[in-house]
Design a protein around this ligand. Sequence first.
Ligand code: C5P
Ligand code: C5P
Ligand code: ZN
Length: 474
Amino acid sequence: MEQMLRDEKGFFSKLEKIASEIKKRDEFVVVYHYDADGCSAGAIVVKALERAGKKVSTICLKQLYKENISEIKAMGKNFLFVDFGSGQLEHLIEGFGKDFFVLDHHQPAHRGEKIIEHEWHANPILFGMDGGHEISGAGVSFLFATTLNKKNKDLAYLAIVGAMGDMQDFGGAVIGKNMEILKIAEQEKQIEMKIDLRLYGRISRPLISYLMFSSSPILPGLTANQENCIAFLKENEIPLKREGRGEWLSYEDLKEVEKKRLSSALINLLFDAKVPEWKIKELIGEVYTLLNEERKSPLRDAKEFATLLNACGRHAKPEVALAVCLGDRGEEYDKALLLMREHSTALRKGIEFVHEHGIQERKSYYFFDAGTEIQDSLVGIVAGMLYGSFIQENKPIIALARNGDGTVKVSGRGTSYLVRRGLNIGQALKDIEKEIPGVEGGGHRIAAGAKVPEEKLGEFLQKLEEKFEKQLQI
Ligand code: C5P
Ligand code: C5P
Ligand code: ZN
């Protein structure tokens, strides 16, 4: 794919063009993607449109496949696609003519060498920005919302939550447009950023669970071993509760000196276990606290917030995710907390399945087929989690799940190291889409997916093997 020159002005004038067209119309259908970034993006756009006095209806999709077009069409008029659409412009033009809007950050579709154009299509990649790292779907939606009306800058925190959903803080910090959006959220007094231990669950998980359930990275001897976690905390004089109180402490409840002691002990543990140095370095970095959320709420940490949204969207309850993003802390929020438990159980079972059945190593990728044992909406997350433990960083991983409709869901995941070496999973899948009729796929360099007709699976996997060999020069 050709390298675009960075042109932020051009990107903003595209957003202005879209905003001015949207101002002329009264009612909209917002079509959003079901993951954490998609739900945050959907919520930002819905809020911005409602504030502008527009009538809004919504529809959430697992993916924008060709087969979904007629269902969307039946919803009304003035369609606004968020966190997908760039890869599917051809279908959209076929289905809606010129009359639709796209706010996306996925790699755009090509016809031959040429990128497919559309007047109301905003994608930072087309203006030289990195849609996989420096801005998410929620980020693009936020910049659109502030173009519509500056007052929408109070939605900045949702753009950071979306970026966390897409793991755009890999390396330990947000960069580029995400960093600028973070500054706005700080000015708005919504988010506080600090440098601290980046293990997942620092606010809502009791300390034992915080260590025991750590999967990124795996803590040798501690992950999945409750007894060792208790002993480790005791050894390092980290209290589990405060004297006279029943409440379990989380990492965030510890005193500064206790936090430092625990962080150093974990770093030593990883050094002793010969974990690569760059991985250990990533353990310390930016963490983002949502200042207006309650003390022990998972919503108080941007990553935990994103996981809660994934738990809703990926378990067929996107309306719950949307309600929580739009401020519900009552009935819908309670539902979200239950879904979060369901989500973490399903992921744990998914990992167990892979451990039991193993992973195949092919020439240019790791591979497992979960059949119907892991939901198609979760198989990609499970695949990504295996980098903490089960697989090396030298190859991408391809995972399959059966949809039960004669098609196979493919999820691909890589690492930033592989991307630096040339990996582009989204591009590989987009190329194969052109080569094998019936395949629909795309995404980012580091994470992408596809739907493949069952009878084309062998051919698909072979082609993928070749594409990765070429990209990674294996
Ligand atoms: O569609 P969208 O851009 O929102 O989704 C990107 C997906 O890629 C997210 O589900 C995110 O979890 C995944 N991802 C990943 N590993 C990365 C970066 C992104 O699994 N390093
Ligand atoms: O579904 P999964 O979580 O594996 O998706 C990873 C990334 O690939 C997401 O950003 C998703 O939007 C994208 N994707 C896509 N086309 C597909 C399937 C996934 O663009 N058919
Ligand atoms: Zn996204």
